[in-house]
Design a protein. Sequence first.
Length: 156
Amino acid sequence: MSIATFGAGCFWGVEELFRQLPGVMRTTVGYTGGETLSPTYEDVCSNESGHAEVVQVEYDPAVVAYDALLGIFWDNHNPTTLNRQGPDVGTQYRSVIFTHDDTQKAAAESSLAALEASGKWGRPIVTEIVPAVMFYPAEDYHQQYLAKRGLGSCHV
């Protein structure tokens, strides 16, 4: 198994995108990238912890390639809005890829460069690509939040 970690706005919807993908064995929503140790949802929402809401994806690379996960990431959020996705505003909603090794870093940087060169967005991409650091799972009530409520996305 391999691990990938993505932040693309509210982690409920991001998790659901990856959770149903063949080859994904497990998803866990949580917090990473900040300074606060063992943050709570309230800490992260304070916009002072430095953490992003993320989904950590455990996947079988023999079934789903990291490049395919990157495609899901890029296709399902706006990477040109700094610290914002739709109505959600704050550094915890930033667009970010946390890489777990040099291969992921190279793939993420290459995919960002290709997307930027495509001109699809018409504005600069602000997505951060940074090394993975300590990941803190979110509270249980956040795990598979949409699935537990029979929802496929955050949009009604």
